[in-house]
Design a protein around this ligand. Structure first.
Ligand SMILES: *Cc1c(COP(=O)(O)O)cnc(C)c1O
Length: 361
């Protein structure tokens, strides 16, 4: 027997979401973003499940990329922030990792390296997010320096990232696209380009280019604030589950949990579930946050503890120790829990700790 707290990962739903991304932009190649342990879903297992259909993968660091290589992933792996020190260039070349290039020291490290084989480069343009990348008027010089280097293969990708693609009412995305197209470097080589994250794949067809980079949508949740019809077709990949481990009746006027921050207004039945902030369930979840017990929404009451939460099950007709509890999943969107806690689904998925076993189905 073991603690019933688990993240059940539906790899069929993952493949469905990948295929949705691909079908929305049939002329783009789709590179799954599996950084941060595949947004908490297990990078190796996610990459293995998508390996037969994905041309490459994206991660945030060379350590994440090496972990995939060590576990049998043979595709190219794009390092989304490029290198952090010049010694990473030859390691990247040896392993067929692709490098984002976002600043002049990265250009110089690549040009000055001694490499056994050429490296594929993605050159980042800052079209308005102002976090990474060259300014539009610096792109031509950076491109020329890289394309003249023996270390760099011809097929440089020009890329940028959106700040507001999740907001369907924002003008910023169209402005970034215009800025991007205006400043593409002039060359006799054929340029390929990449713009779209999940939100742009789903809702901004003008951003569909040679390569697209879905992350969050692969895991089955909408990146949008507003409803969006393509996002409605996504299937949640993770079901975060636990079980009731204790039940008690309390009288009106009695309180529950640390700091006694919830007091029963009526005689109540309280179920204790073995999941807490030590499992990635947010401590900021307020009283009333929905918890599914036996498929019925019940309100969280009292503070989230490290290993447990307490739930008001007074209105459940039947409840027993061992009953299945769902914290988020296909029937309870992680985005809904996140918004109750003042954050986004990305954060809740990504920070799920190693102590929660991932079970693949
Ligand atoms: C993480 C990341 C993505 C994926 O973004 P989602 O919103 O999760 O789809 C795409 N591009 C870059 C450069 C990223 O760092």
């Amino acid at each position: 027997m073991s603690r019933p707290t688990k993240a059940i990962i539906d790899l069929q739903a993952l493949r469905h979401n990948f295929e949705l991304a691909q079908s929305l932009a049939p002329h783009s190649s789709t590179i799954p973003m599996v950084k941060a342990n595949a947004y908490g879903h297990g990078a190796v297992e996610v990459a293995r499940a998508l390996a037969p259909i994905a041309p490459a993968f994206g991660v945030a660091s060379i350590e994440e990329a090496i972990d995939l290589r060590d576990n049998g992933i043979t595709q190219p792996i794009l390092l989304l922030e490029g290198i952090f020190s010049s010694d990473e260039v030859s390691l990247a070349a040896q392993n067929n990792f692709w490098l984002m290039v976002e600043n002049q020291p990265q250009v110089e490290a690549i040009i000055n390296a001694t490499l056994a084989r050429k490296i594929k480069v993605w050159l980042g343009m800052d079209t308005g997010m102002h976090r990474l990348g060259f300014q539009p008027n610096e792109i031509q010089a950076a491109y020329d320096a890289l394309s003249n280097s023996h270390n760099v293969s011809d097929d440089i990708v020009i890329t940028s990232h959106f700040a507001c693609a999740d907001d369907l009412d924002s003008q910023a995305t169209s402005e970034q696209i215009t800025n991007f197209d205006l400043h593409l470097p002039k060359t006799k080589n054929t340029l390929s380009t990449s713009l779209a994250n999940s939100a742009a794949i789903l809702a901004w067809p003008q951003a569909h280019r040679d390569w697209q980079r879905p992350g969050f949508m692969l895991y089955g949740s909408s990146p949008f604030v507003q409803p969006q019809e393509n996002a409605d077709q996504l299937q949640a990949v993770m079901s975060f589950e636990s079980a009731v481990i204790s039940l008690r009746n309390i009288s009106a006027g009695e309180s529950v949990g640390y700091t006694a921050n919830w007091t029963a207004q009526r005689d109540s039945t309280i179920a204790t579930v073995t999941v807490g902030y030590g499992d990635g369930y947010p401590r900021s979840a307020p009283n009333g946050t929905p918890i599914l017990i036996n498929g019925v929404r019940c309100p969280l009451v009292g503070r989230v503890s490290m290993d447990m939460i307490t739930v008001d099950v007074t209105d459940l007709p039947q409840v027993a120790i061992g009953d299945k509890t769902v914290l988020w999943g296909p029937e309870l969107p992680v985005n809904e829990i996140a918004s109750a806690c003042g954050t986004i689904g990305y954060e809740l998925l990504t920070r799920m700790p190693a102590r929660v076993p991932r079970v693949y189905s």
